[in-house]
Design a protein. Structure first.
Length: 314
C-alpha cells in the first residue's frame, strides 16, 4: 500500500467516507470505505474524506458497493393520503438522481414549458400554478430508464385538480385510462424542520427546455420573506423551465418546489418550502380547479349591473 497501515486502521475504525461509499476488505484484514474517484487496471483511487488512497487491486479481498444497497426500497414508508414520507438513507447527489430522477416530469402547455414531480404512483403531480394558470390543455412527459436509456412517454390529457395562485402551487393528475400499466416513480416529501442552512441540495428539471438537467448547491437561508410568504433561498441554478420542479436534499426527499429567481443576479434562487406543499395537498378541495375560471381555484359571482336612472344625464 502507498499509505501507512495506521491510516488504514483509522479509516476502518471511523468508517470514513459517505453513507453511499464502497467498502474494501484488504488481504491484511483492514477495511477501507470511501467514494471511488477513479479506477485503473491495477488500482482503485478512494476518497476517504480527508485524503485519497490508491489501493492496489491485488490487495483487495472483497468489495461491497454500499451505494447499491442504499438504493433499495425506503424503510418505514408512511402514506399521508396523496403523498408519502419515508426514512431515507443519505445517498449523495449522484445516487439520489439515479434513484429518484424518474419522478421528475416535463409539464407542457401551449407555448410554455415547466417541470413537476410525481407524488403518487397513480399519476398525481405537483407543479407551479404559474406553469398551468389560465391553460386548459396540459400535457406531461415522463422519463423511464430502461436498459440504461431514457424513454419518453407523453400524456396529452392531464387534468388540473387544484390550483392556488397565492402560493404558486398546482396539483395535476394523469387520467387512469391514459396511464394504463405505466409504472411511475414517485418521490417522497421531506420535513422542513430538518432543513439546515448550508446543507447540500440539488435541482432536477428542464431549464430552457433542456430536459433532465441537474444542478446542485446549498441552502443559503431557509426562511427568506418575500411579499408575505417564506421561501428557501438556494444557490443551485434555477432558470425558466425549472419552475414547478423539485428541490431535493441528498436523501432524495423533496424539501421545496422551485419557483423564481432574482433577475440579473447569480445564485439568488427560491423554492416554496415543502410544508406549503403538504398544506396545499391536504386542503386541495378548497382550491378545486374551475375550468370556467382557470386563473384561480375560486369562481367569483358577477358584480350587479348598474341601476338605470330616469334622467339620462345623471
Amino acid at each position: 500500500m502507498s499509505r501507512t497501515p495506521a491510516l488504514l486502521f483509522a479509516c476502518a475504525a471511523l468508517s470514513c467516507g459517505s453513507a453511499a461509499a464502497d467498502e474494501f476488505t484488504l488481504a491484511d484484514g483492514k477495511v477501507v470505505r470511501g467514494d471511488v474517484l477513479k479506477e485503473t487496471a491495477d488500482k482503485v483511487f478512494v476518497d476517504i474524506g480527508f485524503t485519497v488512497l490508491d489501493v492496489p487491486k491485488a490487495d483487495v479481498v472483497s468489495r461491497v458497493a454500499e451505494a447499491e444497497e442504499s438504493l433499495a426500497e425506503p424503510a418505514e414508508e408512511e402514506s399521508r393520503g396523496l403523498y408519502s414520507e419515508a426514512e431515507l438513507a443519505d445517498l449523495g447527489v449522484k445516487a439520489a438522481v439515479e434513484k429518484y430522477g424518474e419522478g421528475v416530469v416535463l409539464v407542457k402547455v401551449p407555448g410554455a414549458l415547466g417541470s413537476g414531480f410525481i407524488i403518487r404512483e397513480d399519476g398525481y403531480i405537483i407543479t407551479n400554478s404559474h406553469v398551468v394558470q389560465g391553460e386548459i390543455e396540459v400535457s406531461v412527459v415522463i422519463y423511464h430508464l430502461a436498459d440504461g436509456q431514457f424513454e419518453k412517454k407523453n400524456f396529452d390529457k392531464v387534468k388540473v385538480v387544484a390550483v392556488n395562485p397565492f402560493v404558486d402551487l398546482a396539483l395535476l393528475k394523469i387520467e387512469e385510462e391514459d396511464l394504463k400499466d405505466t409504472k411511475l416513480q414517485k418521490v417522497y416529501l421531506g420535513d422542513i424542520e430538518k432543513v439546515e442552512v448550508g446543507q447540500q441540495v440539488f435541482v432536477v428539471g428542464a431549464p430552457q427546455g433542456m430536459e433532465r438537467s441537474v444542478t446542485e448547491g446549498i441552502v443559503s437561508i431557509k426562511n427568506r420573506e418575500n411579499d408575505g410568504k417564506v421561501y428557501i433561498q438556494i444557490d443551485a441554478a434555477v432558470n425558466p423551465g425549472n419552475s414547478g420542479g423539485p428541490l431535493f436534499n441528498t436523501r432524495g426527499e423533496v424539501i421545496g418546489v422551485n419557483t423564481w429567481k432574482r433577475l440579473f443576479s447569480e445564485g439568488l434562487n427560491f423554492a416554496i418550502p415543502v410544508d406549503y406543499v403538504k398544506h396545499f395537498i391536504r386542503n386541495r378541495d378548497a382550491f378545486a380547479y374551475d375550468r370556467d375560471n382557470p386563473n384561480s381555484g375560486y369562481r367569483y359571482l358577477p358584480p350587479p349591473s348598474r341601476p338605470k336612472t330616469e334622467n339620462p344625464e345623471e
